[in-house]
Design a protein around this ligand. Structure first.
Ligand code: EPU
Length: 420
């Protein structure tokens, strides 16, 4: 186990290059199992969630050749198992995408329940509803989900709530089903669109991704492809907030600016100066942040995966801000850690009321989950003095070389092993 040691209080400046999108990568890697020839996946982020999935693909029997740090060639043909056991599934949410991918590949999937960050209940009832509508029989017990179909048939489903995971899983199971599938109330996140483009490049027939109605005309077979994953919206947003929070001036490069609109709007509300270019954005902040009210909702609204980071920025704003998480029931567990650094945040259900303080002070804090960990790093960069952030294991799940990227921006941050 490592910790990050940060000597904060320095403005970030320079250029940071954003890696491939975690939440697209973790859908696309299982989707490779649907192909009947090898796929090359480029721009994979070098993060532990990707390593976990590559391991799982190998254990299913697929051949994975690492071509370079961000490119793999996967031959799904030798895969001969439909079982993802507890060891492979726990620790990451995306293991549940093997349900849809294996069901689509061989009409049979047995997958241990997914792990992932703890934000309260994380049911998969809508995934299962979709599989059943496609004609699968699903046994859902606390330690195993098993889905089986003699034949998957196209269907029309309406998700009870907008769910990224259910949208992806139903797409994976439906893409080779007989007939036509419609997913109503589908999620519109950039990674949903990326998965659809990836599957279409393999010969799928998917339209409407990026809107709330996705239409899939089932095809008999899917072939291999070479595909480059989109830049990570949330990694980009995290560096944008870090730039603003340190009164910095940073060019965030290799991004898709239209994916960042709600984050840009919120930062501008908070007083940042944001310039948008073709594939980069510059964030400059010269004053104390202004208070504002933020509501996290499914795309294209402000992303819940940026909620802890923006709350941290607003902890030093002038006046009182509110941040509401309209997606997760319990995503404010990190506030206790932020309070150790002097933040004044009261949580009332799904809303945090943040009374800005003049500055944060250094402390020993923990990452309680992935994005909360990113927020603690930002808090450490803001505070004068030495902050320690424990539980780097969560942060490593989703941020490639975070210490090195921040060092390039002038931050004093290092990874240090924790000795018991
Ligand atoms: N929900 C249900 N039933 C379901 C599915 C979802 O009740 O069958 C509820 C959830 O409890 C939640 C809401 O619907 O309240 C939305 O959940 P969603 O299914 O969209 O979340 P997810 O697929 O489990 C993905 C991302 C999360 C991100 C959410 C929301 C991946 C691997 N994970 O999770 O990302 O917070 O969408 O955008 O794509 C992260 O990257 O840090 C992260 C947690």
């Amino acid at each position: 186990m490592d910790k990050f040691v940060i000597n904060g209080g320095k403005a970030l400046s320079g250029t940071v290059r954003i890696s491939g999108a975690k939440n697209a990568a973790v859908a696309i890697l299982p989707a490779v199992l649907l192909a009947d020839s090898p796929c090359i996946v480029e721009n994979l982020p070098d993060i532990s969630d990707v390593a976990t999935l590559i391991n799982a693909l190998r254990r299913l029997g697929a051949t994975v050749d690492v071509i370079n740090k961000s490119t793999v060639k996967i031959d799904p043909r030798p895969a001969n198992s439909f079982v993802v056991d507890k060891e492979m599934a726990e620790g990451m949410r995306a293991s549940c995408y093997f349900l849809g991918a294996l069901l689509g590949r061989c009409n049979h999937a047995r997958v241990a329940p997914p792990g992932g960050c703890n934000f309260g209940e994380r049911p998969i009832d809508q995934h299962i509803m979709g599989f059943r509508a496609l004609g699968a029989q699903v046994k859902d017990s606390p330690d195993l989900v098993e889905a089986h179909a003699d034949e998957l048939r196209g269907c029309s489903v309406r998700l009870k709530m907008v769910s990224v995971g259910a949208t992806i899983n139903i797409m994976l199971a439906a893409v080779k089903a007989h007939g036509f599938t419609v997913i109503n109330n589908a999620a519109c996140e950039p990674h949903i669109v990326d998965l659809a483009i990836f599957l279409n490049s393999m010969g799928a027939n998917i339209t409407g991704a990026g809107t709330s109605t996705i239409k899939i005309s089932g095809v008999e077979t899917l072939h291999g492809t070479t595909y480059r994953i989109i830049p990570d919206q949330i990694e980009a947003g995290t560096y944008m907030v870090a730039a603003a929070a340190t009164n910095g001036n940073v060019l965030i490069d290799n991004v898709t600016p239209r994916h960042l609109k709600s984050i840009i709007d919120t930062l501008v509300d908070a007083g940042a100066d944001v310039s948008v270019f073709d594939e980069s954005v510059r964030v400059k902040m010269t004053e104390r942040p202004r208070c504002c009210n933020v509501l996290a909702l499914p795309h294209p609204k402000f992303p819940t995966d940026m909620q802890p980071q923006i709350t941290t920025l607003l902890s030093v704003a002038t006046g009182v801000s509110t941040v509401t998480d309209g997606v997760w029931d319990d995503r404010f567990r990190y506030v206790e850690q932020l309070a150790k650094m002097g933040a004044n945040v009261q949580v009332n259900g799904k809303t945090a009321i943040i009374t800005g303080v003049d500055r944060l002070g250094p402390a020993k804090v923990k990452a309680v989950d992935l994005r909360a960990g990113a927020a603690m790093i930002i808090a450490g960069l803001m505070a004068n003095g030495t902050t320690e952030v424990e539980n780097t294991i969560y942060i490593d799940r989703g941020y490639e070389n975070v210490a090195e990227k921040l060092q390039m921006l002038g931050a004093d941050i290092k990874r240090v092993p924790v000795t018991e």
